[in-house]
Design a protein around this ligand. Structure first.
Ligand SMILES: Nc1ncnc2c1ncn2[C@@H]1O[C@H](COP(=O)(O)OP(=O)(O)O)[C@@H](O)[C@H]1O
Ligand SMILES: [Mg+2]
Length: 442
């Protein structure tokens, strides 16, 4: 009993610190609100930095200024000492460092809020990197999350803030963060992506090989692959790489993963992608991935097809079934609204925007109608937006839309059954709609 009471006291204290930290930053009225909140997040540490990163990767759910402000929350964390990293490796793997590693660099290659990455070599001389979780992270996150839930319960009682259902958001966030803190799951995600890449013969994309005997909850050892940083367009050009082809491959890998396997990298940004001099794409960091259930995948296909034929009602219906549309929403009215929103993207009756842009616009309007959009879809639109943004630097002259069509053609040629699948999915969607409409009439 005593411990439970102390724990509650600790959480209340932390909730108090969190509340007052926000309050203090909120008073800096000369700064824009998103900046003030960001400063509070930075001060409050890893859990809140992660909250900020979730905001940054949720286009459509938050205003644009917030996305921009929080995008810079990435990876600006002082490293912890190499000796600590060694200790965690030994503790987590349950063996002396010397029994597995010939060398282990004290200076990390990179440090972020969850962990840091150290270069090392195995006894056989192979070069690896070891991702090590921040000491004491789990405990801190656990108490932060409880404090956060407590605050959300308060917000839930205030009509103005209850609309966004803060509690549900926080619970969703807690689940993802727990997954991200278990590096064994990350290792599984890497294996799944590897097998997809192998199976699909996407020969030009790679995921580092995992050393499974050297993986624990807080330690992930993998093959070291040094390449050109994805934002270093100059270096790619100097290496004679075709950046247009790289871009197409990036988009294709995502679309193929989504449509064929319902699986995608959920944190694409320059820090998690590098390119080898032979044009191979390397993907790092599988802490966040998207997994689409069969029915979401079918709905997404339905949405994509509807968007290529400008069928706004079908688009709304497809999205309707992703989230839970509140009773009594007027779908034809929503479709008309969407058509209005999409007007700037239409030329000669054809949608000329990229998928990510369209999804963001759509999510924004759905949220206004209080539709709950599944996190996976928001995550997917973020990945598409990232690639579309990267297109501006990688291949400014490329018509990505044309590329997208090319990608679908390539996909359909490679998986003839996929085209059938999509048509069947649309059919299933129509049947589901009819059944739902019937239910509502009754
Ligand atoms: N297998 C690897 N080989 C070479 N460098 C790597 C490897 N894995 C990670 N890195 C480097 O370390 C950085 C951080 O790794 P990442 O897995 O993205 O960790 P975090 O979750 O902290 O962002 C990457 O941006 C990359 O530069
Ligand atoms: Mg990373």
């Amino acid at each position: 009993m005593a411990t439970a009471a102390t724990a509650r006291g600790g959480i209340a204290r932390r909730a108090w610190v969190v509340g007052t930290t926000f309050g203090r930053h909120a008073l800096h009225r000369r700064e824009p609100l998103p900046r003030r909140v960001r400063n509070a997040f930075t001060e409050l540490g890893p859990t809140f930095v992660k909250v900020g990163q979730v905001i940054a990767s949720s286009p459509g759910l938050f205003p644009h200024e917030w996305l921009v402000e929080f995008a810079s929350l990435r990876d600006r964390v002082p490293p912890f000492p190499g000796a600590e990293a060694r200790r965690i490796v030994e503790e987590d793997l349950g063996r002396p460092l010397r029994s597995a590693f010939a060398t282990f660099d004290d200076e990390p290659i990179a440090a972020a809020s969850i962990g840091q990455v150290h270069g090392a070599t195995l006894l056989d001389g192979s070069r690896v990197v070891v991702k090590v979780q921040r000491p004491g992270l789990e405990r801190q996150v656990r108490s932060d999350l409880r404090a956060l839930l407590l605050l959300c319960e308060v917000l839930e009682r205030i009509p103005q803030t209850a609309v966004g259902s803060p509690r549900a958001l926080a619970e969703d966030f807690a689940r993802t963060l727990h997954e991200e803190m278990d590096f064994r799951l990350e290792a599984d995600n890497m294996e799944r992506m590897r097998s997809i890449l192998d199976q699909d013969r996407i020969a030009d994309a790679r995921v580092p090989e995992v050393h499974h005997d050297l993986v624990g909850k807080r330690v992930l050892t993998m093959e070291r692959i040094d390449g050109i940083h994805f934002s270093d367009v100059e270096a790619m050009r100097a290496a004679g790489l075709d950046t247009q082809r790289l871009l197409r491959m990036g988009v294709q890998t995502v679309i193929e993963g989504v449509l064929v396997h319902g699986f995608f990298h959920g944190d694409l940004h320059a820090g998690n992608i590098s390119v080898l001099p032979d044009g191979t794409f390397v993907l790092f960091d599988f802490g966040i991935v998207g997994r689409l259930t069969e029915s979401v995948r079918a709905r997404l296909a339905q949405y994509l097809i509807a968007s290529t034929t400008n069928d706004y009602e079908a688009m709304i219906r497809a999205l309707d079934s992703f989230g839970s549309i509140p009773e009594g929403v007027d779908i034809p009215a929503m479709a008309a609204e969407l058509q209005e929103l999409y007007k700037p993207f239409v030329e000669n009756g054809v949608l000329v925007a990229q998928l990510g842009e369209l999804m963001e616009t759509m999510i924004r309007s759905m949220v206004q109608h209080r539709v709950r959009i599944p996190r996976e879809l928001v995550l997917l639109s973020k990945q598409m937006l990232y690639l579309e943004g990267a297109a501006h630097t990688l291949a400014p002259d490329v018509d990505l839309l044309g590329e997208q069509n090319l990608i679908y053609e390539t996909l359909f040629a490679k998986y003839p059954e996929l085209a059938m699948d999509l048509v069947a999915a649309v059919q299933r969607g129509r049947e589901m709609d009819a059944a739902i409409a019937n239910d509502r009439r009754r």
